[in-house]
Design a protein around this ligand. Structure first.
Ligand SMILES: [Fe+2]
Length: 239
């Protein structure tokens, strides 16, 4: 099984090829199940989109990351550590690991950043709520800025709310499957720990919303998992 190969504990197999796992964001190299049924986000995100997005697109990133790591001779790795320090991976596989490692990490978190509408808090609470108000004036202003970052991203990419190294909140955007943890890829001022991310690739919304990306973004707020976002913020600022 692939999973066994990745988690081989043979010292010889790992020598010189182990990318050290990093902190609380550590993930597996395998695809965890969706934390809810594919239809659970209806009517905001439709089941067919979820099935294809999770079962085809995310699965392909995992498969292709697997292939790139094998080609790179990396037997065991934390995907978050991998994408955070792409200079540490062989140059020949760097682009594949950037795209597919980013794709795997981004989607794994994206599924967790959503939950069925009405299943949790309606907005950020506690420390995160206060930090969003301090930074963006109000939750609505934050949503507007974040939504615009997603709507204006040309082509495929992501909108992000990140906690910067000094603990500030910032809204950013990346192309393709880039992630704000990617040192040397993302501008230094936009590096940080993702607290919330929105996939604005057409594969995330086209079946239901076609060219109306702003409608998808407006609907998506109904399924944001604020409990998870708050948890990730608190972990990020705690270091
Ligand atoms: Fe996606």
């Amino acid at each position: 099984m692939k999973r066994r190969a990745f988690f081989s504990t043979s010292t010889a197999a790992l020598a010189g090829s182990l990318i050290v796992p990093a902190r609380s964001h550590a993930l597996d190299l395998t695809q965890a199940p969706l934390p809810y049924a594919p239809e659970a986000l209806e009517p905001h995100i439709d089941a067919l989109t979820m099935n294809i997005h999770f079962g085809k697109h995310h699965a392909a990133y995992v498969k292709n990351l697997d292939g790139a790591l094998k080609a790179a001779g990396i037997d065991k790795a934390d995907p978050v550590a991998l994408i955070s320090d792409l200079k540490a991976v062989p140059e020949a596989q760097r682009t594949a690991i950037r795209n597919n490692g980013g794709g795997h990490v981004n989607h794994t978190w994206f599924w967790k950043w959503m939950a069925p509408a009405g299943s949790g808090p309606k907005g950020p609470e506690g420390k995160l709520g206060a930090a969003i108000q301090n930074t963006f004036t109000s939750i609505d202003d934050f949503k507007k800025i974040f939504g615009e970052a997603g709507a204006k991203r040309f082509g495929s990419g992501w909108a992000w709310l990140i906690a910067t190294k000094d603990g500030r909140l910032k809204v950013t955007s990346t192309p393709n499957q880039d992630n704000p943890l990617m040192k040397g890829v993302v501008e230094d001022e936009n590096l940080g720990t993702p607290i919330l991310g929105l996939d604005v690739w057409e594969h995330a919304y086209y079946l239901k919303y076609q060219n109306k990306r702003p409608d998808y973004i407006a609907a998506w707020w109904n399924v944001v998992n604020w409990a998870e976002v708050t948890k990730q913020y608190e972990a990020a600022v705690k270091g």
